[in-house]
Unconditional design. Structure first.
Length: 103
């Protein structure tokens, strides 16, 4: 626990009951030194949700999916992919040389 003065500790004890009441009401409340800080709790889900349009739009426009964009990471080839393609090239070359020797 932090070192508070005796007056601050006394004030914090008095504010503790009010703190519990505010939290039970659903508000964000905390003690900062010898003061009670209260913030209205607005749910973050409401902020994040996209508003639905009230206009009567056709159902086809709502069902269309947006094309997915490829990120540069998705386009990258890994070292293993490069090795696979190179090993395939070598096997194709060896097949060609064997077929020429058999004739």
């Amino acid at each position: 626990m932090k070192d508070y003065s005796k007056e601050a500790l006394k004030k914090r004890r008095q504010l503790q009951t009010k703190l519990v009441e505010e939290r039970n009401e659903g508000n964000i409340a905390y003690l900062k030194y010898d003061k009670l800080i209260i913030k209205e709790n607005s749910t973050s889900k409401e902020k994040r949700q996209k508003d639905m349009s009230t206009s009567s739009s056709s159902p086809n426009t709502q069902l269309k999916k947006q094309p997915t964009l490829f990120t540069s990471k998705a386009k990258r080839t890994t070292a293993i992919d490069k090795m696979r393609s190179r090993s395939n090239e070598f096997s194709n070359i060896s097949n060609v040389t064997y077929s020429n020797n058999n004739q």
